[in-house]
Design a protein around this ligand. Structure first.
Ligand code: GTP
Ligand code: OAA
Ligand code: MN
Length: 607
């Protein structure tokens, strides 16, 4: 088929006159050779058409209309269940600009390799063109993108996760800049082939060209690998933009905490994947009089406002949340959000009456269809839902969205939290002495690996600012960028920085801190530190809360456990030193001197 004969490519048939966009679409169609080109408009008609197609293909199951209105459950290929960090590349022109934490291939070489893979890769399929915007369309400088994909599941998910529809094309006009985001499942169909429910390729590439602000993804249909507005654009490409332009693109939730005096505090928090951002973003405080609202659960873009304060915007439009562990007691607001429907679940279990279930959800079932489409009973080996099973749901359905969540101005951040999953060593909450010390804390976050990416679950790795898998450039330059932003700011207006750990365990392996809604007690201490109304104890690692300073009223917990959760054990911290040393030598020459100074000071305090 020549490009002239690909339906949807006829001159004048596209809904835009943006020349560069039209040329790129034609070029990709010539390369990938789809059966047709379809421009996505994000309409309800499109949703129905594509969900009907995926139902017929066996990719998704329609859930019960009463229990899960307008909602579907997809099962992925068993080998396409998470982000693939080993197949993720930052193809900057110079290797040094990708840095030691990223896979790098020369961009010319990578383009050649992938061009070959893309040749004919959409045969037998429809090529969809999805114009989208990260963050409010009404922003001064709206962050536009266009994803080309041969996956209908991606089209449906992008409609939930990003702002799509005719207004995006209108904003693009005839010549506005946009990020080119190309995605192919890498599963062409020859005439007569029967399709599989979840097409993908065993060979995968999640590639970024930061200087060109371009994304090329191949071989995976899953989440962060395929919904290119999310990690690829809003973190990897945006972090490179932010470095050049003086702002921050971070793996952070945005939370609004309201005190009994009706004073609002905006808090941003960075935890690695599957370490509690969504849960904290939707927290239901357990302390009387305190309320929380949410603005985002995964990504924050932050820049200084005219008043010198740091303002955060959430670029996303939906939640792509971890299902296991989500339930009416751990996260009632997520459950309420899902109850409204319009949800695409992936790799959860389905009940006989077409409801969803996952490990940790209320209720038990004698029989389920598991995440691989197989019969499951409580006697079966393995979980019914994949540990990284997810729900994809519109943010607007969350009952506690802050009214200002869609405001292009963003919200002024009072505190930044860093955290990870640590069984030992790291106290429940520690305040940094100042910005640079806070950057040091962020730079040394360690966390046990989770199921959100391939690798050994449980192994501790350093994950600076929870951005290890999401940096679009050299980690040393990134840390320097954090230091410099602090230096350029009025210190009194900078957010205070805290290091939290909800995951510390006792000798008997039990969590020492109840977590979830009870984390509001920690947030209260943080707010009181901001106001200067509560004490803390100076330790070698920072200012740590004491059991007396935490509001533990009405909390049914053993005080010894709380003390243990807050303890700074100097021996444990001394054991951290070689591991931080190793991490910093891995970061290499670009490690900022400010960070090295903080490390020296810590070692002396521990000596
Ligand atoms: N023990 C304990 N577990 C928690 C807490 N908060 C969250 N979790 C668990 O951590 C897991 C992941 O939490 P999420 O909030 O979905 O993680 P996330 O950081 O949003 O993850 P990504 O979407 O992958 O970026 C779930 O299984 C939760 O039940 C807590 O305070 N204590
Ligand atoms: O990107 C994904 O697939 C999900 C996510 O939020 C993460 O892994 O941090
Ligand atoms: Mn995430």
């Amino acid at each position: 088929m020549t490009s002239a004969t690909i339906p949807g490519l006829e001159p004048g048939s596209a809904p835009t006159r943006h020349q560069e966009l039209l040329e790129w679409v034609a070029e990709v169609a010539r390369l990938t050779q789809p059966d047709q080109v379809v421009w996505s408009d994000g309409s309800d008609e499109e949703w129905t058409r594509l969900t009907d197609e995926l139902l017929a293909a066996g990719t998704i199951t329609k859930l019960d209309e009463e229990k899960q209105p307008n909602s579907f459950a997809a099962n992925s290929d068993p080998a396409d269940v998470a982000r693939v960090e080993s197949r993720t590349f930052i193809c900057s022109k110079r290797e040094i600009d990708a840095g030691p934490t990223n896979n790098w291939v020369d961009p010319t070489e990578m383009r050649a390799t992938m061009t070959e893979l893309y040749t004919g890769s959409m045969r037998g399929r429809t090529m969809y063109v999805i114009p989208f915007c990260m963050g409010p369309l009404g922003a001064d400088d709206p962050k536009l993108g266009v994803e080309i994909t041969d996956s209908a599941y991606v089209v449906l998910s992008m409609r939930i996760m990003t702002r799509v529809g005719p207004a995006v094309l209108e904003t693009l006009g005839t010549d506005k800049f946009f990020v080119k985001a190309l995605h192919s499942l890498g599963a062409p169909l020859q005439p007569g082939d029967t399709d599989v429910p979840w097409p993908c390729n065993t060979e995968k590439y999640i590639t970024h060209f930061p200087e060109d602000r371009e994304i090329w993804s191949y071989g995976s249909g899953y989440g962060g690998n395929a919904l290119l507005g999310k990690k690829c654009y809003s973190l990897r490409i945006a972090s490179a933009m932010a470095h050049d332009e003086g702002w921050l693109a971070e793996h952070m939730l945005i939370l609004k905490l309201i005190s009994p005096e009706e004073k609002a505090y905006y808090i941003a928090a960075a935890f690695p994947s599957a370490c509690g951002k969504t849960n904290l973003a939707m927290i239901q405080p357990t302390i009387p009089g305190w309320r929380a609202e949410t603005l985002g659960d995964d990504i924050a873009w932050m820049r200084f406002g005219d008043d010198g304060r740091l303002y955060a915007v959430n670029p996303e439009f939906g939640f792509f949340g971890v299902a296991p562990g989500t339930n009416w007691s751990s996260n009632p607001n997520a459950m309420e959000t899902l109850k409204q429907g319009n949800t695409m679940y992936t790799n959860v279990a389905v009940t006989d009456d077409k409801d969803v279930w996952w490990e940790g959800l209320e209720g038990s079932h004698d029989h389920l269809i598991d995440w691989q489409g197989k019969d499951w009973t409580p006697e079966s080996d393995g979980p019914a839902a994949h540990p990284n099973s997810r729900y994809c749901v519109p943010m607007s359905q969350c009952p506690i969205m802050a009214p200002e969540w869609d405001d292009p101005q963003g919200v002024p951040i009072s505190a930044i939290l860093f955290g990870g999953r640590r069984k030992t060593t790291v106290p429940l909450v520690t305040e940094a002495r100042d910005w640079q010390h806070g950057v040091f804390m962020g730079a040394t976050v360690g966390s046990e690996q989770t199921a959100a990416a391939e690798g050994t679950v449980g192994a501790i790795r350093r994950d600076p600012m929870a951005m290890l898998p999401f940096l679009g450039y050299n980690v040393g330059d990134y840390l320097q960028h954090w230091i410099e932003l602090g230096k350029s700011a009025d210190e009194s207006k900078l957010p205070k920085v805290f290091y939290v750990n909800w995951f510390r365990r006792g000798a008997d392996k039990r969590f020492l801190w109840p977590g979830f809604g009870e984390n509001s007690r920690v947030l209260k201490w943080i707010v009181e530190r901001i106001e200067g109304t509560v004490g803390g104890v100076e330790t070698p690692v920072g200012i740590v809360a004491t059991p007396e300073a935490l509001d533990l009223d009405g909390l049914d917990v053993n005080l010894d456990d709380v003390a243990e959760a807050l303890a700074v054990n100097v021996d444990e911290w001394r054991e951290e030193i070689p591991s931080i040393e190793e991490w910093f030598s891995f970061v290499g020459d670009k490690l900022p001197t400010g960070i090295a100074d903080e490390f020296e000071a810590l070692k002396q305090r521990l000596a």
